[in-house]
Design a protein around this ligand. Sequence first.
Ligand SMILES: C[S@@+](CC[C@H](N)C(=O)[O-])C[C@H]1O[C@@H](n2cnc3c(N)ncnc32)[C@H](O)[C@@H]1O
Length: 180
Amino acid sequence: MSITQRKRAKIIADCYTKWDISGKKVLDVGCGNGVVSELLKERLGIDLYGTDIIDYSKRNIPFKKMTTSEKLPFADASFDCVMFNDVLHHTDDIKAFIAEGSRVADTILIFEDSSSFLLRLVDVVLNHFYSPQMPRPLNFKTQEEWQLLFKQLGFEYEAGKLFYPSWYPFKHFAFRLKRR
Ligand SMILES: C[S@@+](CC[C@H](N)C(=O)[O-])C[C@H]1O[C@@H](n2cnc3c(N)ncnc32)[C@H](O)[C@@H]1O
């Protein structure tokens, strides 16, 4: 596990702690290799399940592979909470995918890359060389664009506070969404 993954997990967990999901059944959509998922499970004390369109999970978390990139393979309201951690900018139709998340849980937590030039560049380069199979529409948004999208979808939203070590080069957004 890299120091960056550990730090990312800490930054996400410190932010999500405020929303008190301890003990809840949580679906981590786009859980990837599961390293960050496992750390979030421990730090937040949640009952975590993972799903992704690619199966490269390295960790022992319950995992179900998605068969299409639009549909979550779970019944309506089968979770308390859905997390999208650095996933939405990889999807073509962000609105439809958030709506799909809200079908399986009434609370949605989002951690997203900011739209800074540095993050865009790093994402393009890293994805090109290390994750060529990952969908890369790279639909970055500004904070205002995210908030407008949540309003259009009819969610109440709250922005989370993120704290970084001084050496950490990237910035993100975090939100909690609930149906109005
Ligand atoms: C940048 S990685 C983030 C992995 C993990 N969430 C984390 O924070 O370490 C993006 C992940 O989203 C997944 N992904 C992309 N489009 C997806 C979709 N439509 N449905 C589910 N997962 C998707 C990719 O396969 C990849 O594992």
